[in-house]
Design a protein. Sequence first.
Length: 142
Amino acid sequence: MLNTIQGGVSKDHRGQIRFVNDFDMSLVKRFYIIKNLDTELVRGWRAHKIEQRWFYVLSGSFSVDLVKIDNWEVASPDLPVDNMVISATNLRVLHVPAGYATAFKALEPESELLVYADYGIEHAVKDDHTYPIEYFKNRKNS
């Protein structure tokens, strides 16, 4: 089940601190940062049967398309596609459990997305399922 973990910001005369104190990072094994070339590129579809991911926007905003995969041998192209916008101003971590495919589009130039994963990089080749961007027919062309 998709969920978000709300964070906050603390400001004073020195600046600000953004935080998501309720994000339990005990499962996290690694992280990486995504920065799309421009606001036209859609990065996806990438799915993980076993791994889960957490997404936090460092700057800008992203449109996120999400699909719960029904069959890992041949996923139905007619699956429902959920969409949400996540942004640096939302101060949230989006948790995507195992079993989903994701596609991301930056909505603002220079947007950056921090991604946490619960398996090491050595596991990535064992749980990396990709689909062409036009594979899921219910994706809105946002």
